[in-house]
Design a binder for this molecule. Structure first.
Ligand code: SF4
Length: 355
């Protein structure tokens, strides 16, 4: 966010005045080029802007090169332990590298990475996390957050001492409170853009809640330049959750906002099915002006409860009522209602149409 140094991962600006960037990580096998490219395309369609791919061993380099060359998004190589993989990933065209210097082995090896990254203009993310702290920081008596921040600051100072400043930082733990505390500390100490995340957040529901609490809290404080919601799930879900966090905080403009009621005993429609039908039929459609669309479970209260929506649908047993600014303007069978709503939305895209 504003105030941090601006860096570029490929063509994507991070930090400075740039909006918060959504990032995810592929989970296909490193050698599966078509599968990985397909997953990257799905991530991009969901709103992902940067993608990270693990490069576990040298035998995966040919595939990695092919992925970088054909990827729909700038690719960051995720490297652990072997600095030669970081060097090879840069030679293969990686737009960014993520390392934890603590597990690279020696300062000389880290220096080799810095030298090539400087030569190629490749940004480096230094990511420390509670699961991969270097030995000297693992069993100390000091609190975890203090050990993590000390480790990260030491790594950053090493880079700076070698004239390398093209940095992005992350400091992740599995705890919401520790993660917030660690990022707050680093935000005050260092001028580099921050990549927010909670490590090993868990499966979809608990992972989403923990990530939303940690990332949302930090973003509200103006901390964070890229985010990854880490879930044990299809990475597309990570991107969708990250997008919703940014939208909920007003950090992403959403021209097509869907609101819906929780339903109650007055509802006799499969409302979730109707919402999913609407989402599927409007996937990839981006209205040119902000539009709030309500899909409500009953016609008695729906239009009123959704009075703040621009337009919407409310369902009775046998009809879908199309309404605009709280007033009913059409009645259709439930099977046709969603299509009629979408037709109205699209007609409003015409230059002379007024809301
Ligand atoms: Fe219940 Fe109707 Fe309100 Fe939905 S809109 S919560 S169905 S009263």
């Amino acid at each position: 966010m504003a105030g941090k140094k601006e860096i570029f991962i490929g063509t994507v600006g991070v930090g400075g005045e740039n909006p918060v960037v959504i990032q995810s990580m592929t989970n296909t096998p490193a050698r599966d080029v078509p599968g990985t490219l397909n997953q990257i395309r799905r991530l991009q369609q969901a709103g992902c802007e940067l993608v990270r791919c693990a490069l576990p061993e040298a035998g995966d380099l040919t595939a990695f090169k092919a992925i970088v060359a054909a990827s729909a998004l700038p690719v960051i190589a995720d490297i652990h332990f072997d600095h030669r993989l970081a060097l090879a990933a840069m030679e293969a065209g990686a737009a960014g590298i993520r390392i934890n210097p603590g597990n690279i082995g020696s300062k000389r090896k880290v220096k080799e990475i810095l030298d090539l990254a400087a030569e190629r203009g490749v940004a480096l993310r230094i990511g420390v996390n509670s699961g991969s702290l270097e030995k000297s920081c693992r069993h100390a008596d000091k609190p975890l957050v203090e050990r993590l921040t000390t480790s990260l600051v030491d790594h950053v100072r090493f880079c700076e001492d070698h004239g390398f400043f093209n940095l992005k930082l992350s400091i992740k733990t599995t705890s919401v409170r520790d993660t917030i505390s660690a990022y707050q500390t680093i935000d005050k100490l260092l001028p580099y853009p921050l990549h927010l995340g909670l490590t090993e957040a868990g499966p979809f529901l608990p992972g989403t809640i923990k990530s939303t609490l940690a990332l949302g809290n930090l973003l509200l404080q103006g901390i964070g330049d890229t985010i990854r919601v880490s879930l044990t799930a299809d990475p597309v879900q990570e991107v969708l959750v990250a997008g919703e966090i940014l939208k909920a905080l007003g950090l992403r403009r959403e021209n097509l906002e869907i609101i819906s009621c929780p339903t109650c005993a007055r509802s006799s429609v499969d409302l979730l099915g109707k919402i999913e039908e609407f989402q599927a039929k409007t996937a990839g459609f981006k209205p040119t002006r902000p539009l709030r669309v309500a899909i409500m479970g009953c016609e008695v209260n729906g239009p009123g409860e959704a009075g703040h929506a621009d337009l919407g649908l409310a369902f009775s047993v046998s009809l879908g009522y199309l309404f605009k600014e709280g007033k009913i303007i059409g009645k259709y069978t439930p099977e046709k209602a969603v299509d009629e709503l979408i037709a109205l939305i699209k007609s409003m895209e015409k230059p002379d149409a007024l809301l």
